[in-house]
Design a protein around this ligand. Structure first.
Ligand code: C5P
Length: 401
């Protein structure tokens, strides 16, 4: 009964994922929480007040202009009489209204009037989630202290695939429990590197690689979900910034290393980025031209190894340094060797040979190599890998404190 005595005001907005909120009510109550619900007008198209009321064993609040509602419980009191306001599902519309401070129904009025923490569980079509307006709204809300749970990647009711799916109910409950307990990684500061690096040839051309950043971004989101103060240092990707993390965007390996050093001290560093091993020794300051003299000769210089540098780090070494090893053969052997040469604590090795579809894909098969422990994880989504790694990091710190 991790939520015993906690009062949650669950605001259900109008998305297809609202049906999952019925289960959410039950699962929160299973943990001992009292759940009072507000439905937006849109929500009533997807779930009925009767089912919400039956599951919450309370009356359901819908109308800001209802005389009976106001007589029994004013909207201000409704927003204050809770320990947490949880918006699930949170549609693009309600997030936009929250960001703009609009109070044109009971749900948004309660959200504007509250003096309590607010947690949102977005659910919407992938394009809506990735739209610049939604991104800006979410960034603003996160900056104001609104906690985000998800969304996650997967199939959606609209038939599309991608980020926008509502986080599964057990994970929402975990996040709510984490909120009240501070989360198992609360108080820990963790750096994550993600994405490729771009190494300039001249002002318009660069050398890069096929890393999508999906794994690194998912790791950052999972760590943040467990309460860690998470700093995500990423090369260029097409991904939305994960909610709740401090995002630092860089291009080259040298910028990434500088950003990592600036972000120290940290309790852990998780290097997921596919950092370019080499850069052009002196990038041209003007665009290279075809001038009849044949192709240019590019001289390469070795880039700094960020993982190795952080692992060696002296006094500033994070307690736990984790690397990923993308291999196309002898995955485990190479991972063992890499762990030693890089002097990191754990290596998560994965096979990226073209047939596996790991680069840019959604699935990953991991072998974890640590001091005295080797684990073969089954193939799972990058998000599941991230959650499993975050849980393992949390166990590590649980034991070391
Ligand atoms: O040497 P390799 O690139 O296979 O090592 C992979 C691991 O090292 C990853 O964790 C990657 O983030 C990290 N790395 C790094 N800086 C580099 C090269 C790799 O941090 N220059």
């Amino acid at each position: 009964m991790a939520l015993h005595g906690k009062r949650i005001l669950l605001i259900i907005s109008g998305g297809i994922a609202a049906y999952k909120s019925l289960d959410l009510i039950r699962r929160l109550r299973d943990q001992g929480a009292a759940v009072r619900c507000v439905l937006t007008k849109g929500a009533t198209q997807f779930v009925t007040p009767l089912s919400v009321s039956a599951l919450s064993e309370d009356r359901v609040y819908q109308d800001i202009f209802s005389l009976t509602d106001e007589a029994e419980m004013g909207h201000i009191q409704l927003s204050r009489d809770a320990d947490l306001l949880l918006v699930a599902p949170a549609t693009a519309d309600i997030l936009a209204r929250m960001a703009a401070g609009i109070a044109n129904d009971l749900a948004t009025t309660a959200l504007l009037a509250t003096d309590k923490p607010v947690m949102v569980v977005p659910a919407m079509n992938v394009r809506m989630w990735e739209h610049a307006a939604t991104k800006a709204n979410c960034a603003l809300l996160a900056e104001r202290g609104v906690a985000f749970v998800g969304p996650v990647q997967g199939d959606m009711a609209c038939g599309e695939y991608g980020f926008g799916r509502m986080t599964d109910v057990p994970d929402i409950v975990n996040s709510v429990v984490g909120h009240f307990n501070g989360g198992p990684l609360a108080g820990r500061r963790i750096l994550v590197t993600s994405g490729p690096t771009f190494e300039a040839i001249d002002p318009v051309r660069y050398i890069a690689n096929r890393s999508s950043g999906k794994q690194g971004h998912a790791v950052a989101a999972a760590l943040s979900g467990l309460g860690a103060e998470t700093i995500l240092i990423s090369g260029p990707t097409a991904l939305a910034d994960p909610a709740g993390v401090k995002m630092i965007k860089v291009e080259s390996a040298r910028d990434m290393l500088a950003a990592c050093k600036d972000a120290l001290p940290a309790d852990a560093a998780i290097c997921v980025a596919a950092v370019a091993d080499w850069r052009v020794k002196s990038a041209a300051t003007q665009k290279l031209k075809k001038n009849g003299g044949g192709p240019p000769m590019l001289e390469f210089a070795e880039n700094p190894d960020i993982l190795k540098t952080l692992s060696k780090g002296g006094n500033n070494r994070p307690e736990l340094v984790v690397g990923f090893a993308a291999e196309t053969e002898n995955v485990v052997d190479n991972a063992r060797t890499k762990r030693k040469t890089k002097k990191c604590d754990w290596i998560l090795a994965n096979d990226v040979s073209p047939t596996t579809g790991t680069f840019g894909g959604d699935a990953n098969t991991i072998h974890l190599v640590a001091d005295g422990a080797e684990e073969a994880w089954p193939t799972m989504t990058k998000q599941q890998v991230a959650e499993r790694l975050a849980a393992r990091i949390s166990d590590h710190f649980g034991k070391s404190t």
